[in-house]
Design a protein. Structure first.
Length: 497
C-alpha cells in the first residue's frame, strides 16, 4: 500500500472551507488530500461523515497538584482518554508554582506524571511568586524547553498576583516571546462580598455566584488589559462568562490591542439557576467565573460570531460530587476558610471551583452551534482547534488538515444523536454537567498522529503514547511596538526582576 490509512469520501472541514476529498496518512502525518489517492493499509469509508482536525483544548486542569499537596483525581490517563473519546487529540494543562517555592521545587514530578497521557499535551506555567530567580533564570529555561505560555490568577488566595507582580510577569513574557494567559476576577471584591454573605447566613451553592457577579470579572478584565497595554504585551483572557466582559474586550481590540478571549462550553449551556438545584446538586455547577443569567449565552454567541471570542475551551477541572463537593477538605480552588453547615455540607466558599468538560466540549459545541445553525463548520474548526494552534505556537502542526501536519483527525457523524450520561464516559469524575443532554453530532473515530486511538467509543491507545509538544518561538504574539507614553520600560531593560 501507498499509505498507512486512507479516509475516503468524507467532507473535509478546515478553518476556511468544506470540500469532499480523500485524506491519506503516512508515518503519522497527513501525506495527501485529493482524489483517486493510492491504496491504504487501512481503508476507511467516510461517506456522510465530516473529517475534522483533532480538537485542541488549550485550557484544562489535569492531575493538578495543589499548594496543599492535593492531587486532582482526573489523572493524565483518565483525562486524556476522555479527551480522545470526545475528539480532542491535544490539550494544554497547568504546571503549578506554589508560593514561596521556585518552579523547580513545585510539583517536580508533574512532567513525569504527564508522560502517561494518551493525547498530546503541553503546559502553561502558573506563576504565583515571580521572584528574581524565577524571572531571570527559571522562566527563560522553561521557554527554551518549549513551554511558551504563562498563566496568572487575579483571584484565589494561594494563586493570585498583585498588580505589581503581574507587571513583572508581563514584562518577562514580552522579553522572552511568551504568551500570558489570565484568570480575571477581583479577589478583594469577592472576599468582601463573601464575608457579608456568610455573616448573613447565606451559604448555599448559589451564593457562590452572588459573591462574584459580572462586575468583578469585568473590573479585573479591564485591569488586566490595561496592564498588558502598558507593557505592550499580548494577552489571552480565559473563560469570558458574559456579555459585558466581551464588550470590554471588543473595545480593546478595536483600539488595536493584541488581546484575545475564550469562553467555555458550560457558559453556553448552563446558568445561575443550575446552582439552585436541590439536594446540594447545585454544588456540581460551582465554577469560576460563576454561571450567569441565561440571557448571557445569547450575548456570548454574538461575541463568538463577531470574532471577539475565538476559542472555546473546557476549563475541565473535575472534582467528584461524592467527595470534594460534599467534603472538600483542601483545595486551591476555593476561597476563604472552609466552613461546614449544620447538615455537614460545605458553605459555598469551600466548594472547589470547577466542572469536568474535556470529553463533551466538541459534541456540545457542535450541537449548540452547528446543528442549530448558529455557526458554520469552518467556524467550529476555528473555535475548537485552529485558533488555539495559532495562538499557542502549534500552527502548521496541529489544528489543520494540510499535507505535512500531524495526522490528528476526527471522523464526525453530524446526524448521530446521543444522550450524554456519565456512565458511558471516560473521565474519572462522578458526574457531568450535561447529564441527560441530547447531543446531535458525535465523534465516531479519533486518529492521533496517524494512530486510530478511538473507534466507535472504544479507546485503543496506550498510556504514555501521547507526546509532549515543545513549542518554538512564533510570530502571532509579537508585541505591537506601541507603548502609551513613548518610554518603553521593557525595551529599556527595566523590570528585569
Ligand atoms: N475556575 C474553575 O472553575 N476551576 C478551576 C480554576 C478556575 O479558574
Ligand atoms: Zn474521491
Ligand atoms: Zn481560571
Ligand atoms: Zn481554569
Amino acid at each position: 500500500p501507498d499509505y498507512d490509512i486512507v479516509i475516503r469520501g468524507g467532507r473535509i472541514v478546515t478553518a476556511a472551507e468544506v470540500f469532499t476529498a480523500d485524506l491519506a496518512i503516512r508515518g503519522g502525518t497527513i501525506a495527501a488530500i485529493g482524489h483517486d489517492l493510492g491504496k491504504g493499509r487501512e481503508e476507511i469509508d467516510a461517506t456522510g461523515r465530516l473529517v475534522l482536525p483533532g480538537g485542541i483544548d488549550p485550557h484544562c486542569h489535569i492531575e493538578e497538584v495543589g499548594a496543599d499537596g492535593s492531587v486532582q483525581e482526573e489523572s493524565f490517563v483518565s483525562g486524556s482518554r476522555a479527551a480522545l473519546a470526545g475528539g480532542t487529540t491535544s490539550f494544554i494543562c497547568f504546571k503549578p508554582q506554589w508560593r514561596g517555592q521556585t518552579l523547580a521545587q513545585s510539583a517536580p514530578d508533574y512532567e513525569t506524571r504527564a508522560a502517561r497521557s494518551l493525547a498530546d499535551y503541553s503546559f502553561h506555567q502558573i506563576i504565583t511568586d515571580p521572584t528574581p530567580e524565577v524571572l531571570a533564570t527559571e522562566i527563560p529555561a522553561l521557554a527554551a524547553r518549549g513551554i511558551r505560555s504563562l498563566k496568572v490568577f487575579l483571584t484565589y488566595d494561594p494563586l493570585r498576583l498583585t498588580d505589581g507582580d503581574f507587571l513583572k510577569v508581563l514584562a518577562s513574557a514580552r522579553r522572552l516571546g511568551l504568551l500570558v494567559t489570565v484568570h480575571c476576577e477581583n479577589f478583594d471584591a469577592i472576599a468582601w462580598q463573601q464575608e457579608a454573605l456568610l455573616a448573613a447566613g447565606l451559604t448555599d451553592p448559589v451564593h457562590h455566584a452572588w459573591a462574584r457577579p459580572p462586575v468583578v470579572e469585568r473590573e479585573a478584565t479591564l485591569r488586566a488589559m490595561a496592564l498588558a497595554e502598558l507593557v505592550d504585551q499580548p494577552l489571552q483572557i480565559f473563560h469570558v462568562s458574559c456579555g459585558e466582559v466581551a464588550e470590554e474586550i471588543a473595545r480593546a481590540k478595536a483600539r488595536g490591542q493584541k488581546v484575545w478571549a475564550e469562553t467555555c462550553t458550560h457558559y453556553l449551556t448552563h446558568g445561575v439557576d443550575d446552582l439552585e438545584r436541590p439536594d446540594f446538586e447545585g454544588a456540581k455547577f460551582v465554577c469560576s467565573p460563576a454561571l450567569r443569567d441565561r440571557s448571557e449565552a445569547a450575548r456570548l454567541w454574538e461575541a463568538i460570531r463577531a470574532g471577539t471570542i475565538d476559542i472555546i475551551s473546557s476549563d475541565h477541572c473535575g472534582f467528584s460530587f461524592a467527595t470534594a463537593k460534599k467534603d472538600p477538605g483542601a483545595s486551591s480552588y476555593g476561597q476563604g476558610a472552609a466552613m461546614l453547615r449544620p447538615d455537614g455540607t460545605p458553605a459555598f466558599n469551600a466548594i472547589p471551583n470547577g466542572a469536568p468538560g474535556i470529553e463533551n466540549r466538541l459534541t456540545v459545541l457542535f450541537s449548540e452551534g452547528v446543528s442549530t445553525g448558529r455557526i458554520d463548520l469552518p467556524t467550529f474548526v476555528r473555535l475548537t482547534s485552529a485558533n488555539a494552534a495559532e495562538r499557542y505556537g502549534l500552527g502548521g502542526r496541529k489544528g489543520t488538515l494540510m499535507p505535512g501536519a500531524d495526522a490528528d483527525v476526527v471522523l464526525w457523524d453530524p446526524e448521530l444523536e446521543r444522550t450524554i450520561t456519565v456512565g458511558e464516559m471516560q473521565h474519572a469524575i462522578d458526574y457531568t454537567p450535561w447529564e441527560g443532554y441530547r447531543a446531535r453530532g458525535w465523534p465516531v473515530m479519533t486518529i492521533r498522529r496517524g494512530e486510530i486511538v478511538m473507534r466507535d467509543g472504544v479507546l485503543l491507545a496506550q498510556p504514555g503514547s501521547g507526546r509532549f509538544l515543545a513549542r518554538g518561538p512564533y510570530a502571532a504574539i509579537a508585541p505591537r511596538g506601541v507603548v502609551p507614553n513613548g518610554f518603553d520600560t521593557v525595551g529599556r531593560g527595566s523590570g528585569q526582576t
